[in-house]
Design a protein around this ligand. Sequence first.
Ligand SMILES: [Zn+2]
Length: 142
Amino acid sequence: MKFDTKYTSDRNQIKHVLENHNIRPTSQRIDIARVLLAKPQHLSAEEIFSQVNKKDDLVSKATVYNTLNLFVDEDLIKQVLIDSSYVFYDSNTEPHHHFYNEDTGLLQDIDDQEMLVRATPKLPKDTVLTGIDVVIRVKNQS
Ligand SMILES: [Zn+2]
């Protein structure tokens, strides 16, 4: 399934996108999805939490984390793990890779076509390949 039209801030469209992913579109889930699906982007849970709570109604941190996990489970967004304490939520679920700038903390997309992964190791016994996600770590030139 392709979701070229999934980037939107329109509540009705978001409702349909959530339903297409078998997610019951509660008002808080729509609020959280609106932040993420506005465009292709990478946000931390903290950033999503503060953006969702710009408005009056408060969404708890636990709800934000639970909802993000649900979105990942239902393939609405992708999780990009930089290290155990640094996780990004990526609204772009197409296959792609990332540059991670250790100085700025910025994550940048690398198009799948631009990255040729030449060798893939022999898979562990009784497993199938589900995807290859490469994070290229960079820092600013001093
Ligand atoms: Zn990305």
